[in-house]
Design a protein around this ligand. Structure first.
Ligand SMILES: [Zn+2]
Ligand SMILES: [Zn+2]
Length: 393
C-alpha cells in the first residue's frame, strides 16, 4: 500500500499555502470563479482531464489509474459564507462580509493535494478517480446543479466519498459511521392574511398577529405530539414579521422556518400536519393562509452506506490508531452531498481540526478557524479511501 500519509506530509507547505490563499480570497456560492480557476489550472498542470463550468462554477477532474477498474468520486466544496471575518489571522479575508467560516478553503486545498497524490501514484492503482470540486454547498444547491450538468455520467461513479474538517472535534479524530450522519433540511414560508383595521376596533378586523401567534404555537405541538418519540425531528420558526404601527391591527403576518428530519416518512407526516394545523386555525378565525414549501431548496439527509463506511474505516485504520476513529450522534445540520449519495452509495466522514488551545468559534462563526495540521492528514485519508475502494473491487 502506498504511504499516502508520508507523501501528503511532504506536500504540507503547499497545502497550507493553497488554503491560506483561498482563505484570503473567499467567494460565495456560484461565484467561485477565482477558486475554480486555480483548481482547474492545477488539475490541467497535473495532466488530469478537467471539465469546468459543471453546475456553473464546479470543476470535475478524472484521473485514470494504471488499469481498467471502478470509478470512485471524491467531493471537495469550495464556497465561502456571507460572514464578516473577525479573526486576527495574517491571511484573513480580504473581501468584506465574506469569509471561509466552514473550512471549505481547507477542503479545496485538500482536493488539490489529493489530485497531486493520485496523479503521481497513478501507476499503482486501477480504475479512475473522479474529483468533484463543488460550488455552493451552503444552501444554494451546488451538488444538485453539478448532478444536473452530468457529474454522474461519463464515467458513472461506483462510489462517492466526502470529508468535512470539523473544528469542534479533536485534531486527527475521524468520525466514520454507517447510517444517518446529517439531517434533511426544508425551508418553509407561511403567509397569513387577515383584515387590518384600528387597534381600538378589533371587532371589525381579523388580527393576523393573533392568528400567526396561534399558528406558531400549534406548529410546536407537531414534533412533541405527532412525531413518534423514537424518531428525530426539529421544526423551528425563525422569522415572524407582521404589522408596523402600535395602534393598527395587522392585515398580514409572514413567517419562515426550517424542518429537520432523517426519515422521509417523518418529513411527510410533519408536512401533512402543518397543512392541517394551518388550515384549521386560519379557518377558525376567518383568515387565509398560504403554505409555501421551498421544494427546490430541500436537502435530503446524509445517510452513509454500510459497506462504504467499512471501506473508509479500513483505509483510515492504516494511518490512524483505533481510538482516533469514532462515531457521533447524528448532526441536525444538513449537507447537499446527499444529492450524490441518493444516486451513488457513499460515505461522508468528519475529521477533527480543532485549533491549538481550542476553537474560538464554531463553524459559520466570524472567529472560526481550523488546525492546518489536519490538512495533509485529510488528503492522505481521501487518497487512501479512493485507492482502497478501487483495489478491492
Ligand atoms: Zn457550512
Ligand atoms: Zn461546510
Amino acid at each position: 500500500m502506498t504511504d499516502y500519509l508520508s507523501l501528503a506530509r511532504q506536500l504540507a507547505p503547499d497545502i497550507i499555502a493553497w488554503r491560506r490563499d483561498f482563505h484570503q480570497h473567499p467567494e460565495l456560492g456560484f461565484e467561485e470563479f477565482r477558486t475554480a480557476g486555480i483548481v482547474a489550472e492545477h488539475l490541467q498542470a497535473l495532466g488530469v482531464e478537467t471539465r469546468t463550468g459543471v453546475g456553473q462554477t464546479g470543476v470535475v477532474g478524472v484521473i485514470e489509474g494504471a488499469s481498467p477498474g471502478p470509478t470512485v468520486l471524491l467531493r471537495f466544496d469550495m464556497d465561502a459564507l456571507p460572514v464578516p471575518e473577525e479573526t486576527d489571522l495574517p491571511f484573513a479575508s480580504q473581501h468584506p462580509g465574506v469569509m471561509h467560516a466552514c473550512g471549505h478553503d481547507g477542503h479545496t486545498a485538500i482536493g488539490m493535494a489529493v489530485a497531486r497524490l493520485l496523479a503521481q501514484t497513478r501507476e499503482q492503482w486501477p480504475g479512475r478517480v473522479k474529483l468533484m470540486f463543488q460550488p455552493a454547498e451552503e444552501g444554494l444547491g451546488g451538488a444538485k446543479a453539478m448532478v444536473r450538468d452530468g457529474l454522474l455520467k461519463h464515467p458513472r461513479p461506483d462510489a462517492a466519498f466526502a470529508l468535512h474538517l470539523w473544528n469542534q472535534l479533536p485534531l486527527g479524530q475521524l468520525v466514520v459511521q454507517e447510517g444517518p450522519l446529517m439531517s434533511a433540511a426544508d425551508h418553509f414560508e407561511i403567509s397569513i392574511k387577515g383584515k387590518g383595521g384600528h387597534g381600538a376596533a378589533p371587532e371589525d378586523t381579523i388580527d393576523a398577529v393573533l392568528v400567526g401567534a396561534e399558528v406558531v404555537n400549534a406548529l410546536q405541538s407537531i414534533v412533541s405530539r405527532n412525531v413518534p418519540p423514537q424518531d428525530t425531528a426539529v421544526l423551528s420558526v425563525g422569522s415572524f414579521r407582521a404589522g408596523g404601527a402600535f395602534n393598527v391591527i395587522a392585515e398580514r403576518a409572514n413567517m419562515a422556518g426550517t424542518i429537520r428530519t432523517f426519515d422521509p416518512e417523518v418529513r411527510a407526516l410533519i408536512l401533512q400536519r402543518m397543512q392541517k394545523v394551518l388550515t384549521g386555525i386560519t379557518a377558525a378565525h376567518g383568515a387565509q393562509a398560504i403554505f409555501d414549501l421551498k421544494e427546490n431548496e430541500y436537502t435530503p439527509a446524509v445517510i452513509n452506506d454500510a459497506s462504504m463506511a467499512e471501506i473508509a474505516r479500513t483505509a483510515a485504520q492504516k494511518m490512524l490508531p483505533p481510538e482516533q476513529i469514532t462515531e457521533i450522534r447524528p448532526l441536525m445540520v444538513s449537507e447537499d452531498m446527499s444529492e450524490v449519495f441518493n444516486r451513488v452509495p457513499g460515505c461522508y466522514v468528519l475529521l477533527g481540526a480543532e485549533p491549538e488551545g481550542g476553537a474560538r468559534g464554531p463553524h459559520h462563526n466570524p472567529r472560526f478557524d481550523i488546525n492546518e495540521d489536519a490538512l495533509p492528514l485529510a488528503a492522505a485519508i481521501m487518497a487512501s479511501i479512493a485507492v482502497h475502494f478501487n483495489r478491492r473491487q
